[in-house]
Design a protein around this ligand. Structure first.
Ligand SMILES: C[S@@+](CC[C@H](N)C(=O)[O-])C[C@H]1O[C@@H](n2cnc3c(N)ncnc32)[C@H](O)[C@@H]1O
Length: 265
């Protein structure tokens, strides 16, 4: 297997990946809403607040934010125009009008200074330049504003079904962070972690579904493989699953993510 390939997914390549999968992103990913409910409990779900969803993708979580914060105004920002197109359609179909959506860079946010009560970003920080992102968030948040980061840590990724059984998956995904690294970025940005919470999710899937997800790059990690390495790895993955699970209709594992609530000093 060729391990000497380029491990960094460059921005244009990543953008190309998200353009390709934008039309069926929701179908490929599993949407968990417990972190949104948790955020709602931490904030006042009734107040009129400005929220930004950065790296919003096709809007599967933007919709959940709008459902949870009835009186908010939501700014959806993603640098992929295809994702923004699907998001606009999706939120409009669901009869929401209290939002705006624009293509924009997390590293140079198109938001006014001191304008946001809350900035949220889900499953996206490993694509950002974190130092620039924190500095931009710091500027756009009001003094008592909150930043919520929902992500999987590198060690959580290793323990997923992909990390355990798909060759090279977790090693290749070197863009994810560990908690101590995130803590350092937060401190350098003169911000403070107010709370953190790990969310566990029990998963069940079929081997066919897992193969479908991998082939369709449901994680951008798969776009890091060259074709030959991917095909060989997928083959080994299927053998690993067959070896470790009796029922290929009931593959079970445990996923974990972390939510950080961050405030200005
Ligand atoms: C894994 S997807 C997550 C989408 C969504 N938050 C969700 O959980 O469904 C990451 C998203 O971040 C966007 N993205 C990556 N780099 C970005 C950047 N520098 N600025 C804005 N968006 C970015 C991608 O286009 C993609 O839609």
């Amino acid at each position: 297997m060729n391990l000497t390939r380029e491990l960094i997914l460059t921005e244009p390549k990543a953008n190309n990946h998200f353009s390709k999968i934008a039309s069926n992103y929701k179908e490929l990913r599993t949407t968990d809403v417990d972190h949104i409910k948790h955020i709602k409990n931490l904030l006042d779900g009734e107040s009129k607040i400005n929220i930004a969803d950065i790296g919003c993708g096709d809007g599967r979580y933007s919709l959940e934010i709008l459902k949870s914060f009835k009186n908010c105004y939501l700014h959806c920002i993603d640098y992929n125009e295809n994702m923004i197109k699907y998001l606009e359609r999706y939120l409009t179909e669901n009869k929401f009008t209290n939002f705006c959506a624009r293509s924009g860079d997390a590293n140079k946010l198109p938001l006014e200074n001191d304008s946001m009560d809350c900035v949220m970003t889900f499953n996206a920080i490993h694509h950002f330049d974190l130092e620039k992102f924190f500095s931009e968030v710091y500027g756009s948040l009001k003094d008592d504003g909150h930043l919520f980061i929902y992500t999987r840590l590198r060690n959580q990724n290793y323990r997923s079904v992909w990390g355990e059984y798909f060759p090279l998956f977790a090693d290749m995904e070197n863009r994810l962070y560990e908690l101590n690294e995130l803590e350092e970025y937060v401190e350098n940005a003169e911000m403070n972690i107010k709370s953190l919470r790990v969310f566990g999710h029990s998963r069940t899937s079929t081997l066919d579904r897992l193969v479908h997800q991998a082939k369709n790059n449901h994680y951008s990690t798969f776009a890091l493989y060259d074709e030959k390495t991917f095909d060989e790895s997928l083959d080994i993955f299927q053998k690993n699953i067959q070896k470790n699970f009796n029922d290929l209709e009931q593959i079970t594992w445990h996923d974990e993510n972390i939510l950080l609530e961050i405030e200005k000093y």
